[in-house]
Write a protein that binds this ligand. Sequence first.
Ligand code: URP
Ligand code: ZN
Ligand code: ZN
Length: 466
Amino acid sequence: MGRTLISGGLVITATEEVEADVLVVDEKIAAVATPELAEQWRPGADRVIDARGRYVIPGGVDGHTHMQMPFGGTYASDTFETGTRAAAWGGTTTIIDFAIQSIGHSLREGLDSWHAQADGQCAVDYGFHLVLSDVHESALKELDALVGEGITSFKMFMAYPGVFYSDDGKILRAMQQAAGNGALTMMHAENGIAIDVLVQQALAEGRTDPRQHGKVRHPLLEAEATHRAIQLARVAEAPLYVVHVSASESVAELTQARDAGLPVFGETCPQYLFLDVTELDRPGFEGAKFVCSTPLRPAEHQESLWRALRTDDLSVVATDHCPFCFTPQKELGLGDFSKIPNGLPGVEHRVDLLHQAVVAGRITRRRWVELASTAPARMFGLHPRKGSLSAGSDADVVIYDPAAEQVLSAETHHMNVDYSVYEGRRITGRVDTVLSRGEAILDEGEYRGRAGHGQFLPRGTCGYLT
Ligand code: URP
Ligand code: ZN
Ligand code: ZN
């Protein structure tokens, strides 16, 4: 791989912006220095990348993806191969996907199966969280061993009764185990039992269209579950990370907890920042393209999400990438909105969409880098290997053109899905070049990645707790 000098760009990290050159030696960042000092590296470089007029940022870390996830009788349409390729196109050099424990099976079986699916397939590095669907004492003991193997976070669901749902007792018990072994509990916070009652009422009244998805998944049922998860975590004396927060009432719960000094963290996703519930009103069955849980909310929720991203009451933006093709997958819910597979495509666009917030003056460039890369790396025990441009970090580097214009579309995206939730949206900024552990996997807009380049990342414990 040799020596690569990235010269003349504006180096942006979570803490500073500086005109500097970056020296990459093999898989690692070797040094960052002023252009004058870096002149000495030029003769020995195998390659010099001219980054003038562009940003040099750490590769994105998407802490929430679901490649080829089984859901609602089908599978998410991106495999580890196609999904990580799309991630690379969008400047994301690390994903953390969810291995799932099936009911009646051990955690180890779930993890082994996800390793088998991802091994040799990924274009970028990847780690795993574990979904606990069947909490019993032997599974909890396994958790201790898995933390030692770098699976340091697990997700539980207060939603989806009969599928992934865990009751409060199981959640409390798992949190207690996490308090002892250093794992981070991730929570899908929606009151699934109450939602199911509203689903049955809607269907009985003949309300079967995608719009009902937004109605039955009431924001107060997200807020109530968020509150309950926080209280359970307090009782267990365990940290908590609430995934895909979309409702302002849930943000208020997080703010209150964090103001009280509790180790509670929140994540939101681009779809809640850039799309709203009116998408579910599209004619015919088109609204199904926007069915995800938590659901898209009325636009007025967005301001509190943006504010919380500025105040750090929300600390991470992940995609919850879980794509299903409109035909035939979303169409499984024709005539019954509750059968529409839940999830949206997004892994390719997170870095670009967050850049729109920089352009609009909502967040600073440093906060952009923090939300997209450094904070998730730290949250999930990957920092400073990932999310950093310091000497010794992995050379995961994105060279970003802040002035380029592009139009998002299913015609041009690289995700394996037949529609884009951002179809026709004009955005400013584009990823030009991506290094993953020193290798140019996207080179001035030419894809040079390969399945199998991406390596499994055993993770440490949450960097915000130590
Ligand atoms: O709609 C969603 N979010 N699908 C993926 C599964 C989950 O709950 O994260
Ligand atoms: Zn979820
Ligand atoms: Zn998810």
